[in-house]
Each structure stands twice: as structure tokens, then as C-alpha cells.
Design a protein around this ligand. Structure first.
Ligand code: BMA
Length: 393
């Protein structure tokens, strides 16, 4: 064979299909299974691509007479009523509703700002609200937040993927959203007290940039915006600082997409705004795995320093939530789970994660912040260790 299998530019091996990318099918291991006839237990060993050795046990389920694998830990439990909102729930004709920002209102009800798409493909935000955050949504009869192309031409093709942060100092909610026009997707900001009247601040990060949210408080005197610029070197998560929410600078790389065959190689982005915990900013982020037929959007976890948020403390190795249910696997865009918002229950621990499913509907899953942190401790590593491993691989 004339062609080197290892490709320095991609950090993976070439497949001959995409000279500039890693083999799309790479990353699998080879499993050997040893069956213990006396106990009925089997052990599987997998030689990982990165020199890690993953083991899992397979238990023979005698009642089913077929092996059942020990499952990975389930961190988010899907609500039985999923999907909780679809285009059919809308008071006017709608193709799809997905990727909703979420917040709790002072009366305890949940507000969702939903990305909606009609049959023209035009996008706007709509509001839905109800006490328990699951059903009985009251949906505005008219779109709540619409593109204002006269004053904000960057919204020509619509506004997408809102992330809501309540800013106690301003006593307002900040909405970071993608404004989409000929120039590509950029990051825009708006402020509101009531989700009726919005003060738009315009584009704060020029295209191609998206997946943005503000931190709720100043960091060392500056506002902080997390976002995901696209560069020829990949799509990584950055953080930028501002004295006034309008002028941004002091840009810092926060989390890098991995390379090669990783689940979060080449393209990552923050999903909902980070969760402030006593141990740091807990971020749920999405990683995009390209396959020959499509892309798979899965979710992972990372923890960042409270006062220096560009410093990653721990990053999980594997994804912890992925498209599995039918409504996540099939829709306008297959294999997508894409949360833009969450609420935290009064116990301070239960997280209600609202996510777009297959770019078609809105679904809900429940988790525990404590369990997410414990999972990171067990399944993560410091980014410095990661850098060392990347250099060796
Ligand atoms: C991303 C964003 C999301 C969308 C996802 C899957 O790039 O544009 O709005 O849900 O792709 O299509």
C-alpha cells in the first residue's frame, strides 16, 4: 500500500474519501469476549484508539437467554411525555419547534423561548409558559420575538437558538441568540424584563459565530460571553469580556474540539448557559461527529474555574447524552439532541433540561447537578492531562 494510514493534519487516518479529514469510520476498537461458563459472566476487552483500555462486563440474562450489557450510567432521564412540544401544539401553522431557551419566572412558572420554523423556513421566537414546565403550555398567539430587518439587517434570515441568562445586577434577562443573514450566523444580544418588550443590542460577535450565552455576573469587573466562532482550524468554544455588553475583547480559548476519532472532534459548542456550582461553572456542551451519511449531535460535560472561566478544570472523556429515542433520531435533521436551556428545581439540584430533538420538537430530560459533578470526577480528567495525551497520540 502506497498511502500512509496516519494523517498528521487530521490526527487520524485517511480514508481516501476526504483527504482533509480523518477517516469517518475510524475510532472503533476490537473486542474480545471471554465467556466464563461457570458463572455465566462474560468480560469484554476493547483496545482503545488512544491507548486507553476500556472494559465492560456482559451479564447473561437467563430469562431472556441472550446477553445484556451493563449500561453506561444514565445522567438524564427522558420525560415520559416526550416530545413535550411540537408544531402541532402551535396556535398557528408551524413546521417545527425546537432549541428552546428556558428560565423560571418570578411566579415559579417556566418560560420557553422556542425556535420555530414555518413552511417558508422563516424563523422567529415564540413564548410558551406554564407552572409545571411539562404541559399545558400557554403559547403566544403571535410570534414574541421577530426579526427586525430594518434596524438589524443581520436578522434577515431569522433568529435562532436563544439562550437566556438572568442578570441580577441589571434586573433583566439577557437573551443571546444567533442572527442569520447573508453574512452567515452571528451572535446578537437582547435584554428584556418581561419577555414582551426586548431591547436589541445588535450583533456582538460577527459571523461565523453562534452557540452563545452570557454569564449572569461580572468576572473581575467585566461581563463574560461564551460563544463558538468557526475558524479554518475548527470550531472551538471561546469566552470574551466586555465593560458594557456592547464592546467585546480579551478573547480567550475556553474549550477545544478534540481531533481524530473522538466523539467531540473538530466541532463543539456550548449548549445551554453554564450552571454555576460551588465547584465551578458546569457546562453541557455538544460535540458533532461526522459520519458518511450525517452528523450526530451528542452532549458532554466540562467544569470551569469560577473566577477564571477560561480555565477548564475537568473535561469528561465520553459523551453522556445522545440521540436514542425515535423523536431524537428522526426528524428534519436526524440524530440531534440540542439543549439551549434548563431550569433548576427548588431543591437546588434537579435540573430540567429542555432540548431540541432532531430539529423538529422540544423534549425534556431530568438530571441531578450533584450526579453530573460526580460523573465528571469519575469520567473526566484535567485539560492539562488531556493536552499531554493529545501530544502523545
Ligand atoms: C447546529 C445549530 C442548531 C441545530 C444543529 C443541528 O449547527 O444550527 O441550531 O439544531 O446544528 O442541525
Amino acid at each position: 500500500m502506497q498511502v500512509a494510514l496516519y494523517d498528521r493534519t487530521t490526527g487520524g487516518c485517511r480514508d481516501g474519501l476526504h483527504p482533509d479529514r480523518a477517516n469517518e469510520n475510524q475510532g472503533g476498537g476490537i473486542d474480545a469476549i471471554f465467556f466464563d461458563g461457570t458463572t455465566g459472566n462474560a468480560q469484554a476487552g476493547r483496545s482503545g484508539r488512544y491507548g486507553e483500555h476500556l472494559t465492560m462486563s456482559i451479564l447473561a440474562d437467563k430469562s431472556l437467554d441472550r446477553p445484556v450489557m451493563n449500561k453506561y450510567e444514565t445522567l438524564f432521564h427522558r420525560h415520559p411525555s416526550n416530545p413535550i412540544l411540537t408544531g402541532k401544539d402551535w396556535p398557528y401553522s408551524m413546521n417545527s419547534v425546537f432549541n428552546a431557551g428556558a428560565t423560571l419566572l418570578p411566579d415559579g412558572s417556566t418560560l420557553l423561548l422556542c425556535r420555530v420554523e414555518d413552511r417558508r423556513g422563516a424563523l422567529s421566537f415564540v413564548r410558551g409558559a406554564f407552572g409545571n414546565g411539562v404541559d399545558g403550555w400557554q403559547i403566544d398567539r403571535e410570534p414574541t420575538f421577530i426579526p427586525d430587518v430594518e434596524r438589524f439587517p443581520e436578522e434577515l434570515w431569522g433568529v435562532e437558538d436563544p439562550r437566556i441568562t438572568y442578570m441580577p445586577e441589571l434586573q433583566q434577562y439577557a437573551v443571546a441568540y444567533t442572527s442569520y443573514s447573508r453574512g452567515g450566523p452571528g451572535v446578537s444580544l437582547a435584554l428584556t424584563k418581561d419577555f414582551r418588550v426586548f431591547e436589541k443590542l445588535g450583533v456582538v460577535m460577527s459571523p461565523d459565530d453562534k452557540d452563545a450565552a452570557l454569564l449572569p455576573r461580572r468576572i473581575n469587573g467585566s461581563w463574560a460571553l461564551i460563544h463558538r466562532p468557526m475558524t479554518p482550524l475548527g470550531a472551538h468554544i471561546w469566552i470574551s469580556y466586555s465593560p458594557d455588553l456592547r464592546h467585546w475583547g480579551n478573547h480567550k480559548l475556553m474549550l477545544e474540539a478534540r481531533r481524530g476519532a473522538w466523539w467531540d472532534a473538530n466541532k463543539i459548542g456550548m449548549s445551554p448557559p453554564p450552571i454555576e456550582t460551588s465547584r465551578g461553572w458546569l457546562m453541557i456542551y455538544h460535540g458533532v461527529r461526522r459520519t458518511p451519511s450525517s452528523s450526530i449531535y451528542r452532549l458532554g460535560l466540562a467544569l470551569f474555574d469560577l473566577e477564571q472561566p477560561e480555565k477548564c478544570l475537568i473535561r469528561g472523556d465520553s459523551w453522556m447524552f445522545a440521540p436514542e429515542a425515535e423523536y431524537e433520531r428522526h426528524g428534519d435533521v436526524q440524530d440531534v439532541v440540542f439543549p439551549c436551556g434548563y431550569t433548576v428545581a427548588t431543591d437546588g439540584d434537579t435540573i430540567n433540561l429542555y432540548y431540541g430533538a432532531a430539529d423538529s420538537s422540544i423534549a425534556l430530560a431530568h438530571g441531578s447537578i450533584r450526579s453530573l459533578l460526580a460523573w465528571l470526577d469519575a469520567n473526566g480528567h484535567s485539560e492539562q492531562a488531556h493536552d499531554r495525551r493529545q501530544r502523545q497520540s
